[in-house]
Ligand binder design. Structure first.
Ligand code: FES
Length: 110
C-alpha cells in the first residue's frame, strides 16, 4: 500500500514578478486558462480573468486596494477571496493560490 503523492497543488510558472505592474492587474494565459494576476504591495493574487456576470475581462478593469472593478458593469470582487462584493455580481470568481519564488510568480492549478 502506498501513500499518494501530494500532488493536489500543481504549481505553474505564470509570469515574472517584474512583468506585473504595481497596484494593477495583468491578464496571463496559463495552461490554456485565462487568469488575472493582481499585484498589491508585496503580494500577488490570481483569479479567473472572465467576470462571473457577463463576458468581460477583469484584467481590463480597475484595481483599487484588494478590489477589482469589472470594466463592464462595475461589479467588484475581493481578489483575495474572489468574493463578489456588490451588484450586479452574484457568483464569486474562482481564485488560485500564488507563490513567488526567485522573481517568478507561480499559480497552483488543480
Ligand atoms: Fe462584470 Fe457585468 S460583466 S459586472
Amino acid at each position: 500500500g502506498g501513500a499518494q503523492p501530494a500532488n493536489h497543488d500543481f504549481w505553474v510558472d505564470a509570469a515574472a514578478l517584474d512583468e506585473l505592474p504595481a497596484e494593477d492587474v495583468k491578464g496571463v494565459q496559463v495552461e490554456g486558462l485565462e487568469l488575472a494576476l493582481y499585484r498589491v504591495g508585496a503580494e500577488v493574487f490570481a483569479t479567473d480573468d472572465l467576470c462571473t456576470h457577463a463576458h468581460a475581462r477583469l484584467c481590463e478593469g480597475f484595481l483599487e486596494g484588494y478590489e477589482i472593478e469589472c470594466p463592464l458593469h462595475q461589479g467588484r470582487f475581493d481578489v483575495r477571496s474572489g468574493k463578489a462584493m456588490c451588484a450586479p455580481l452574484i457568483d464569486d470568481v474562482r481564485t488560485y493560490p500564488v507563490k513567488i519564488e526567485n522573481g517568478r510568480v507561480f499559480v497552483a492549478l488543480d
